[in-house]
Design a protein. Structure first.
Length: 425
């Protein structure tokens, strides 16, 4: 977007909203309200997305079918429960840039990560390492370190964490490529985020997958902060596997069913459960495990219907809006926020990369100066009804989400931040 060449005002933000072809989408979400019943300025979709209004009806339908049909609902519910995950397949495949058979909604993020690491992390000989980013989300690090230890190896040797260069926050793809060129023969698997949760940096996953494959390594991705945020092309970039949660940009609700992608070229030994058995013979309950084709064959348990129903509502909205249009608006919204935050330099410092290709919705900032100022500013924002979040030691994360945030939201958020910064001693 081109920045307005004048002092930005709430009116100018409203004019941007009037010109927004997706403005009506906001009405399809429940907007949280503060104590005064005024809508909050919700800039926290990177943590928990808002509820699509249609989610309530879909959950109620399942409760009603449970009440009405009990066990018969497995086959006779409006949306029968046995093949329930199929309701999510096309929408997820479209967002993941995958063939429908390559994705499945199942379980939750860290569990899915464990299941896929169990199958894809095959240390042998000198090739034992897993490469991740320094400062990875704690659960990912725990999963990876425990997978290494589970195989009798030492995470202090086999877990490699790539850091940003001194004095910087982000990791250029060149750093990953250079590491793999030099040490790739010792790396079994690269696990990389689509968007880094703290910095908001988005990565060129195609480059990372190619670099991993050139070095003979498996390329797996954690898309918790990427799916529904950025266009993805997992099939075409030849990713081996990916996992995600559905409660952030996918607006699936707290604890919503997670998801995974397994490239169609992979059919390998896995940890199995009955729901991954091919459906035609699953209920014969035989001793042999015969996997369903594709990612569906990686399921373990029957799906949590009540934690999956809201995602149907959300994926329908993604389908109507289209990821290309959402992304166009997202680049403009986040660019508008960046423009307003830059007016608060040097107190407010941007951590997230400035190039639109290297970020999604989220901007991460730090407040410069003595320790404690960041937390003070964050608390002031919250008190003003601006909902972002704080990540230790010094980061405020704000994410305008194109489905339900407006330019006016961004303006109000930045204004509250400006006031909080002005009030600092
Ligand atoms: C990057 C990342 N990994 C892992 C998790 C943990 O997810 P879950 O509790 O669904 O396993 C999160 C949750 O926010 C996350 O952002």
């Amino acid at each position: 977007m081109t920045h307005p060449p004048y002092e930005p005002t709430l009116d100018c933000a409203r004019r941007l909203d009037e010109a927004d072809p997706l403005r009506a989408l906001r009405e399809r979400f429940a907007l949280p309200r503060g104590g005064n019943a005024e809508p909050l300025v919700y800039l926290c979709g990177h943590s928990l997305g808002l509820m699509p209004l249609a989610a309530r009806g879909l959950v109620m339908e399942e409760l009603d079918d449970w009440a009405r049909l009990a066990v018969l609902g497995h086959e006779h519910a409006h949306r029968p429960w046995i093949p329930y995950h199929e309701n999510l397949r096309e929408g997820l495949a479209s967002l993941a840039g995958a063939r429908p058979a390559e994705v499945v909604a199942m379980s939750s993020l860290t569990v899915n990560l464990h299941l896929l690491l169990a199958a894809f992390y095959r240390p042998s000989g000198a090739r034992r390492r897993i490469l991740i980013e320094a400062g990875a989300f704690s659960s990912d690090r725990h999963a990876v370190a425990s997978q290494i230890a589970w195989r009798g190896l030492d995470p202090r040797e086999a877990l490699v964490e790539l850091s940003p260069a001194a004095g910087t926050d982000t990791i250029p793809e060149e750093t990953i490529e250079a590491y793999l060129e030099e040490h790739g023969a010792e790396v079994a698997l690269v696990l990389w985020p689509g968007v880094q949760y703290r910095t908001g940096q988005a990565f060129d996953l195609g480059r990372i997958a190619s670099a991993a494959h050139r070095a003979g390594c498996v390329a797996g991705f954690d898309l918790a902060h990427a799916i529904g945020n950025l266009p993805l092309a997992l099939h075409d970039i030849d990713a081996d596997f990916a996992v995600w949660c559905s409660y952030k940009y996918l607006n699936g609700g707290p604890g919503a069913i997670g998801g995974c992608f397994v490239h169609e070229r992979h059919d390998r030994p896995r940890l199995a459960g009955w729901w991954g058995h091919e459906p035609a013979t699953r209920f014969r309950m035989g001793p042999e495990f015969r996997p369903a084709p594709g990612a569906a064959g990686w399921q373990i348990s029957n799906p949590p219907i009540l934690a999956a129903a809201p995602l149907i509502a959300s994926l329908a909205l993604f389908g109507q809006a289209g990821m290309a249009r959402l992304r166009r608006k997202s680049v403009a919204l986040t660019g508008f926020l960046e423009y307003l935050l830059d007016r608060l330099a040097p107190e407010v410092q941007l951590i997230t990369p400035r190039a639109a290709d290297s970020r999604g919705c989220q901007l991460s900032i730090r407040i410069t100066g003595p320790q404690g100022r960041g937390q003070t500013v964050f608390d002031a924002l919250t008190a003003q009804g601006i909902i972002g979040d704080w990540r230790d030691p010094d980061t405020i994360r704000l994410a305008p989400v194109p489905s339900y945030n407006s330019f006016a939201d961004v303006f109000r958020g930045a204004e509250a931040l400006a006031q909080a910064v002005r009030r600092l001693p």
